[in-house]
Design a protein around this ligand. Structure first.
Ligand SMILES: NC(=O)C1=CN([C@@H]2O[C@H](COP(=O)(O)OP(=O)(O)OC[C@H]3O[C@@H](n4cnc5c(N)ncnc54)[C@H](O)[C@@H]3O)[C@@H](O)[C@H]2O)C=CC1
Ligand SMILES: O=C(CO)COP(=O)(O)O
Length: 346
């Protein structure tokens, strides 16, 4: 029996590019050399994805328990939830059926990880509108994982090569995000960022904290969140022995971090952190009218189990076309192995 780590990978929204990019990732022999991968999804949908991607040599092995997985290159083991009737389902659209299925794959992979049946979890994208239509009122995986693992202190991290970003808030309106910049939360995220770097093998991480306002508020001229909330959080983190600087003006902190000045950036809200990461990881080629690369990962920090995700969405506009890139999924699987080996994520 192989000693490799077992990685549970959700198929994502069945109507999305998730099934196709999963086949592409599994078509690479190197994946099976790194780990024992298993898909949590629907075998029939995966069999269709094999056709879309044009890999007829790949077999789908429908299993009901992880111990039935073969973990052999050329076979994709699918923990088969049988939630989608492929004769009656449409790719590239939001639906209750797909939302329900995507939610159940996530719930199941969390249960498998909590039970120790898989060593780490990787998620393909789900569609937030679809899961909500299906009655699961969450704003994303992050909140589902936090709820089902009973975690109260967590944060979303995105990473692309040496640029890492952790967020003070994520899926809330911009107005609300400003109100969530509070000393206690900023401090909590600084601590989470520091621990995450250590889990990734960085011995003495240097944390950079972004300001909220233009020029970090220019000493109160353009807003006082820096003075009232962010600077006090940084002061306390320093007292705790964390190597941390800030608030750094948000327009330059990411160039500094990319150049190596910081190991990780604490961003004050979703798009402040997501835009620089995606400008680096998503490369659009106008001449050929396609994405040359879609790379980077999304990690939920603070959980008792490991969760790494693709950092793109469901890409319904490309579903069923066989054109989507599996690079971000490969990045996510590699990161999950790194973290599972470290087992120090918190
Ligand atoms: N981890 C997750 O579950 C995530 C889910 N979403 C959800 O996905 C849905 C769509 O979100 P959008 O903002 O449209 O972002 P998106 O990432 O799905 O699409 C943005 C653009 O990137 C392209 N693209 C995305 N992934 C690609 C890949 N692997 N290969 C080639 N091209 C790719 C798409 O075709 C599109 O042009 C929303 O419901 C959103 O909530 C978005 C981000 C992450
Ligand atoms: O939408 C996302 C990033 O904006 C991803 O969110 P989740 O990882 O919570 O699903």
């Amino acid at each position: 029996m192989s000693e490799k780590l077992k990685i549970g990978i959700t198929m994502g929204d069945p109507a999305s590019i998730g099934p196709e990019i999963t086949v592409r990732a599994f078509a690479d022999k190197a994946l099976y050399e790194m780990c024992n991968p298993v898909v949590i999804g629907d075998a029939d949908v995966m069999a269709e994805a094999v056709k879309i991607v044009g890999k007829p040599e790949i077999r789908i092995n429908s299993i009901e328990k992880i111990s039935d997985a073969k973990f052999e290159y050329g076979t994709i083991d699918v923990y088969d939830m049988k939630l989608v009737d492929i004769s009656n389902f449409e790719r590239g659209t939001v639906s209750v059926i797909s939302g329900e299925a995507a939610f159940q794959y996530v719930k199941t992979v969390i249960e498998l990880a909590l039970a120790g049946e898989v060593d780490a979890t990787v998620t393909n994208a789900l569609n937030k509108e679809a899961i909500n239509l299906a009655g699961h009122h969450y704003s994303g995986h992050t909140e589902i994982y936090a709820d089902l693992t009973k975690t109260s202190k967590y944060s979303m991290m995105l990473a692309h090569e040496n640029l890492r970003v952790v967020h003070v808030s994520t899926h809330v309106s911009l107005r609300k995000a400003c109100d969530l910049v509070k000393k206690e939360r900023v401090l909590e995220v600084i601590r989470i960022a520091n621990n995450a770097c250590k889990a990734l093998g960085i011995e003495s991480p240097k944390v950079g904290v972004a300001g909220l306002n233009p020029h970090s508020g220019e000493n109160g001229l353009f807003g006082d969140e820096e003075i009232l909330e962010i600077i006090p959080a940084i002061k306390q983190a320093k007292q705790e022995g964390i190597i941390v600087e800030g608030p750094i003006p948000p327009d330059t902190i990411f160039s500094k971090a990319k150049g190596g000045m910081y190991d990780i950036v604490v961003a004050m809200y979703h798009d402040q952190g997501h835009i620089p990461l995606k400008v680096l990881g998503f490369v659009y080629n106008q001449k050929e009218q396609k994405w040359d690369a879609v790379s980077g990962v999304n990690i939920t920090l603070g959980l008792p189990i490991i969760r790494v995700s693709v950092d793109h969405g469901t890409a319904f506009d490309q579903a069923g076309m066989g054109t989507a890139s599996e690079l971000s999924l490969r990045n996510a699987i590699e990161y999950s192995i790194l973290l599972a080996n470290s087992k120090k994520i918190n």
